[in-house]
Design a protein around this ligand. Structure first.
Ligand SMILES: Nc1ncnc2c1ncn2[C@@H]1O[C@H](COP(=O)(O)OP(=O)(O)OP(=O)(O)O)[C@@H](O)[C@H]1O
Ligand SMILES: [Mg+2]
Length: 305
């Protein structure tokens, strides 16, 4: 391993190794407690808002976008932050992942962006996590992409809707669908920052170049100059494979400090949480996987400070 992986990132890789070694154990916390010192617990807030809006984006499917939205959101809520999650994917994995049935909804993000009479407050639901609310989605959102095409200022629809939510929350996290269509462009237009979850394998690297150099840069140049990359997050990391380690090193060499020091390991605990419909931070609160997302929350807040 070259010295592009050092400091907290090396510790996170160690943490990753420990997760592999201990799977599916959810006990030992020694390593994570050590890592915690690197990103200190932020002081409690005395008041809330205005929120920073962060889009979780990658056009590649199944890289951990939704898992990151749920568990980063829950970890931020644990730190006393008010969090609004926005399900902007017709697959509704975020909604389902929080134990909410999309078929039982009265209204969703589809209604919010298409129906002029409906705003975010009309579709908002509570989640099982204190301090974390959700704008849920359902399959009808897939029609919004086509309907929005003929609208004036079609890229800014979500931004207008979320603006009214800013005063109530500290963070608004938008879970995007795996494509770079109009819905994702809306999310990038509404956002102040982007988190890019990345599975460390060869094709991911090629897609990352396109996302950063083309899509994000184009949105920055044409619509949203304030947009910045909050961080690239290595997810589903398998320390045992040389390939994953090499790809991570390549990403760190190219993107440097943009890559979060926190690394999310591959563990079966995440698919398990899909079934129960809750974050890992409540399903397996003392697991290393939960601690990894808590560390990510502290790292994100320290970057925002
Ligand atoms: N660190 C991890 N280790 C193992 N499995 C994971 C991990 N993170 C996510 N998963 C699992 O991988 C699958 C895809 O994850 P997720 O839904 O978060 O990806 P996504 O990028 O949102 O996918 P899509 O592009 O379809 O929206 C899920 O079954 C999830 O439980
Ligand atoms: Mg998803």
């Amino acid at each position: 391993m070259n010295d592009s992986m050092n400091g907290p990132r090396a510790e996170s890789a160690q943490l990753s190794r420990d997760v592999q070694a201990e799977m599916p154990d959810d006990g030992a916390l020694e390593e994570t407690t050590r890592a915690r010192g690197k990103f200190p617990e932020p002081p409690p807030l005395e008041s809330h808002g205005p929120a920073r809006i962060v889009a979780i984006v990658n056009q590649k499917g199944g890289v951990g976008k939704t898992t990151t939205a749920i568990n980063l959101g829950a970890s931020l809520a644990e730190l006393g932050r008010r969090v609004l999650l926005v399900d902007f994917d017709p697959q509704a994995s975020l909604t389902i992942g929080l134990g909410i049935d999309p078929l039982a909804l009265d209204a969703s993000t589809y209604d919010m962006v298409i129906d002029r009479e409906m705003g975010a407050e009309d579709i908002r639901v509570k989640t099982g996590i204190d301090g974390m609310d959700l704008l849920p989605s359902d399959i009808s959102l897939s029609g919004a992409e086509i309907q929005l095409v003929s609208e004036v200022a079609r890229e800014t629809t979500l931004a207008r809707e979320l603006e009214v939510m800013r005063p109530e929350y500290d963070l608004i996290l938008i879970d995007c669908q795996p494509s770079l269509g109009l819905l994702t462009v809306n999310a990038l237009t509404a956002a102040d920052g982007v988190i890019i979850p990345l599975e460390c394998e060869y094709f991911a690297l090629r897609g990352l170049g396109f996302l950063v150099d083309k899509t994000i840069r184009t949105v920055q140049e044409r619509i949203n100059p304030k947009l910045r990359i909050e961080g690239i997050l290595a997810t589903m990391f398998d320390m045992r494979t040389l390939h994953a380690r090499e790809i991570l090193e390549e990403v760190v060499e190219r993107f440097g400090e943009t890559v979060f020091h926190t690394i999310i390991s591959r563990t079966v605990r995440f698919p398990e949480t899909n079934k129960v419909g809750e974050p890992i931070t409540t399903y397996a609160p003392s697991s290393l996987a939960a601690e990894a997302y808590r560390q990510l929350a502290r790292e994100l807040l320290s970057r925002m400070a």
